[in-house]
Design a protein around this ligand. Sequence first.
Ligand SMILES: [Zn+2]
Length: 471
Amino acid sequence: MKSFDLVLKGGTIVTPDRARPGDIGISDGRIAAVGLPGTLGNAAHVEDVSGLHLLPGLVDPHVHFRDPGYTYKEDWQSGSAAAAMGGVTTGLDMPNTDPAPATAQAFAAKRAIAEAASHVDFGLYGLLDETSLPHLSALVDEGAAAFKCFMCDTTGDLPSPSDGAILEAFEILAPLGIRTTVHAENASILEYRARRLKQAGRTDAHAHLAARPDVAAVEATHRAISFAEWAGARLHIAHESCAASLPVIRAAKARGVEVTAETCPHYLFFDESDLERQGGHLRINPPIRRRHDAEALWLALRDGTIDLLATDHAPHAPEEKQGEAIWDVARGIVGVETQMRVMLAAVADGRLALCDYVRLASEAPARAFGLYPRKGSLAPGADADIVAVDLSWRGAIDAAMLHSKHAFSAWHGHPAAGRVVDVYLRGQRIVAEGALVGRPGTGRMIRPEMPAPAPRNVDLTLEAETKRASL
Ligand SMILES: [Zn+2]
């Protein structure tokens, strides 16, 4: 019989298809075998996980660890510690850091910082802006997980690219197969309305939503999809918050556009009625919208219009989340450590099946970003990224227990379920009995692997047309 480095014995293995009792054999950091209870044989070490559920480590494709540049808000060590404690074993970090990874050099520097400090595996976004187009293929060579395009203003004040630059970027990225994630809101509408609302004296929390009406999201989603469809590029819609955008995404998928979409727990659980109590703590881009939006997002998770869950973990210093006027409050909410527990509360309430949760939070993000089946899977050959959860635990989120530098959580007091007991990263235990035991620098950068789809309209790209001029 084969011998393993480690066997996790007596747990319930949860995959997108089923939850059933079984043992997992781990060797050389990978899952070597999955078997019925008691069938795996010898191991150097056996861990009894009776009573616990074993989930594939979560893949969070949208975190802001703020490092380099804004380490007073968060850094790789604190952000990745929060991730590990939340069962997130792979995080994809957004590029609105300073310097932004818009060149191969800046990307390599950021990678070195992350490798020295991260508790979990990670991917790094490259920045798609007006100036980064000449660097896109070098960033792919460096191992960029995906590209981020901010179609409107963002934390870090990175200027959003013109439509022309976005289209050309999609033409460049289509044959490389790599996905571009867009923050889809119309910059012109947002700037205009914020200015008019300020002139009218609006300073209340609801004014943030008033400045970012649904149509601004619908239009930008439609525009990004049009460009991606034209070029044959892969697209991802970040932090979907809006019922009115869903038919746009649904129709694009039906036409065969390679578009995926995420939503975040804060859009599922909060609505504008929470603004009274939480105020600036719920100032988030895109905004928390209305109850019917949240209900539509739940349905979209079930019907596949929305593919996956992300947290958009976006920490700030406490004083930045306060202000006389809503306009003075920094935009963002923390969530990488609480996502699993608030979603498992919905599972406990019968709102979501446990298997579907595993698909939405682990397998689907790994697939969308070319990390599957190395990540997001408990099948033999996958990295042994495993979360052992005690599903009998029910309680509430306690902000004082969280590991982000962002000390306040809008989730404080929110119903929670499922205690994260142990977390394994490539077979190494990084959380043991609910305590962080891994070392900073354990995490590694993961590169995407995705065959490119066939690019479209290749004879009409800007590159093809400029070459034609010189003939
Ligand atoms: Zn974000």
